[in-house]
Structure formats: C-alpha cells, structure tokens
Design a protein around this ligand. Structure first.
Ligand SMILES: CC1=C(O)/C(=C\N=C/Cc2ccc(O)cc2)C(COP(=O)(O)O)=CN1
Length: 384
C-alpha cells in the first residue's frame, strides 16, 4: 500500500469513532484537547522522556510543567512527572508508600475509600496492599471519625491513607483537611487522588461550593505527601498526560531504579520509554489558559451542570447527591437498562457502582443544546 491509500484506509476506521463535538459523549472525563496542543504534539512527537539526556529541552519543560502545577497546588517545590495518566500516578504513589513503609518497618496497611478509582485495585494486586475501607458518610466521603479512632486503636499499623478529591463516580470530595491532621498526628503518608478534581477545584467559584464538603486538598495542608492530577482530563491536554506530584524530591529515592544504559543513571517512572508530548502540551496549555482560562472552563461547566440538575428535577428525576463538581448522578434503579437504551439512541452515559444511578460528566465539549436533546431522549426512554 502507498501512503495515501494507508491514510485513506485509516480514515475509514477513524470515522467509526465518536466525536466529542457531537455532544453525545456524556460519561467521559476526557474531552477535545485545546487546539494549540495539536501543533505542540507535532513539534514533540519524536521526543522520549525515558532517555531525558537526549531531550534536555523537553525534560526542562516537564520540570516547569510540574512547577506550574505545583503552584496551583500550593507548593513551588513540588517534585514529580507528567506520565501516562491517573492510573500510573496512583500506582507510583502506592509504590512510594510501599517503599517508605518498608524502610520504616510498618506493615502495608492503607486506608482507601470504596469511592476510589479502580486503579487502586490494580495497585493492591501488584503490591499486595492490605486495604482498609472505612464507612462512607451520606455525602459519599470517608468517615473521618472512624479513621481517627481506627488509627488510634492500631498505633504504628497504618502506613498510608488515600483521599479522593473529586471521586470518579459522583465527584464527592473527601475531608482532606481532617485526613491531613490525622496523617501529621500519626506520621502517616497521605495521597490525594485529584486526577479529575485537580484541574477543577482550585478554579471553582465559591457559589458552587457546598457547605457539606471541605474543598481544601492540596500541599497547603501539611499532611499531604502526594497528589495525582491529570492534565488530560479538565486540563485540556491531549492523552497521555497524567500527573504525579510529591511534596518534595526526597521521595525520589523511593522510586528510583538504576538505569545503566540511559543518559540518566536512575529512572523513577513506571513507564520507561515515554513521549514528551504530554509534558510539552501541559506546559503550553497552562501557559496559554492561565488561572483565568481554567476558571472560565470550570465555571462554564458548572453552570451547565446546574442547568442539567435543574431541568432533571423539572422532569421529575432525582440526583444521588447535589453536584459537588461537574458530575451529575441521576438516580435510576434500572441504570443498566436505561444506559443501554440511551446508547441505542446515541447517548453515551455511564453508570455508578456505589449507587443506582446514571453518571453524567459535564465536560467542556457539552453545550446547553446537547443537554436539552439528552433530556428529551432520557425522558422518552423512561416513559415506556
Ligand atoms: C479519580 C480518578 C479518576 O477519575 C480516574 C479516571 N477517570 C476516568 C477516566 C476516563 C476517561 C475517559 C473516558 O471516556 C472514561 C473514563 C483515574 C485514572 O486515570 P486514567 O488512568 O488517566 O484513566 C484515577 N483517579
């Protein structure tokens, strides 16, 4: 085949994919990347941060991107990497937990909520974590009184806590401020999974903040040791661009392995060969949008979230919780059937595991008219 026929053949497959701009993708936490990142991808498409001595400029951009994200998270000394995604970021944090615990002689007992993303199931499988699941409050956050008592009753037995800032299914935000105090009081590591919430919560207008939640989650809380925050979700960077940040580079020794044949003699990331596109695109889109740009994106999404929630109630639907961030959970005891029918009608929603509800994520590609069309489709689906 010559190049043109290869491209024509590939186009046939690409045309089978859905398009964010159609407004029918309602269950995704990714969206159309910012147009600037297309040019950046082209510029950096052959770079390899797995051998950074060959790509010193790209490595510098990764460091600056981490520093920019660190500034958003209240820590200019943050250490970390722009990696494949939130899964790799969470695995990396658990790997650091495991190695710190090994050094301190603590057993690998980690408190992780049921609302955690399934990447922690992979971490448990790979690293034999002993996971403790605390009870949840009616706001789908961990019961911090239970955690404080449990840690007190099991001195020196808990090596880490994972808190979620914007959980995958419902968007709930754990009480990180309280978890931070527990972590400091008991010399426990605290990892915050803000894969989705990290590019939402710092930019959220107060008028969208609910009184039942504590929104602080970043390094300004003394007990937070690491944070997952993904530019390829609400950061508008292209896939793959996940982020893992640690409070400082003292954590690097818990991640490094010798990499004798590379330009750097030690490598900390799980993935070896890795494109520099994610790092460069994160740098570019953050420079372009800045705080005001992300505030506009986030609060426009919240406006649409509130619009959907208001209209749902007019149609007689209920939400499992009031929207904490741009995620809406529509109570539906027949969630799987409804999800299938909506899909037959061209709408791609997802379902929650922890409640009987449809899960809608109002990403920047969703417009008000998309919401109106979806609501009509949902209402017709539920009528019969
Ligand atoms: C709190 C948290 C998450 O909501 C999460 C992913 N979430 C959602 C990933 C997703 C993206 C697009 C799509 O169409 C469907 C799902 C991950 C893993 O992030 P990933 O490895 O980049 O997918 C970690 N933590």
């Amino acid at each position: 085949m010559d190049e043109l026929s290869i491209l024509n053949e590939l186009r046939k497959y690409r045309d089978m994919d859905l398009d964010y701009e159609d407004g029918t993708i309602l269950g995704s936490m990714c969206t159309k990347p910012h147009p600037l990142t297309r040019k950046i991808s082209e510029m950096f498409f052959e770079t390899n941060l797995g051998d950074p001595g060959l790509f010193k400029g790209t490595r510098e951009l990764e460091k600056q991107a981490i520093s920019m994200i660190g500034n958003v998270l209240g820590n200019k000394d943050a250490f970390g990497y722009i990696i494949s995604g939130g899964t790799e970021a969470n695995l990396t944090a658990m790997r650091a937990f495991k190695n710190v615990s090994k050094k301190s002689g603590k057993s690998l007992n980690i408190i992780i909520p049921e609302t955690a993303h399934f990447s922690f199931d992979k971490a448990k499988d790979i690293m034999d974590l002993n996971v403790i699941r605390p009870p949840l409050t009616k706001y789908f956050t961990m019961d911090v009184k239970f955690i404080r008592d449990y840690v007190f009753d099991n001195p020196n037995k808990i090596s880490g806590i994972v808190g979620i800032s914007g959980c995958t299914e419902l968007g709930s935000i754990d009480n990180i401020a309280e978890l931070s105090k527990i972590a400091v009081d008991n010399d426990i590591l605290l990892h915050v999974d803000a894969a989705f919430g990290g590019f939402v919560i710092p930019f959220l207008y107060d008028k969208y903040k609910l009184k039942n939640y504590r929104y602080e989650f970043d390094f300004s809380l003394e007990g937070v040791s690491s944070i997952t925050i993904d530019p390829h979700k609400m950061g508008l960077a292209p896939i793959s661009a996940g982020g893992i940040l640690f409070r400082n580079n003292s954590f690097k020794k818990y991640l490094d392995v010798d990499s004798p044949y590379l330009t750097e003699k030690q490598q900390a990331t799980l993935i070896g060969t890795r494109s520099g596109v994610g790092a460069a695109a994160t740098w570019g889109v953050m420079k372009l949008l800045g705080t005001s740009g992300y505030k506009k994106i986030v609060n426009d999404s919240m406006e649409k979230t509130y619009y959907l929630t208001r209209k749902l109630r007019e149609y007689g639907f209920k939400t499992a919780i009031d929207p904490v961030i741009n995620i809406v959970s529509i109570v539906d005891e027949h969630k799987n059937e409804t999800c299938a029918k909506l899909r037959e009608n061209g709408f791609h929603v997802s379902v929650s595991r922890c409640v009987d509800a449809l899960r809608i994520v109002i990403m920047p590609h969703i417009e008000f008219e998309h919401i109106d069309i979806f609501l009509d489709c949902l209402s017709n689906t539920k009528r019969y």
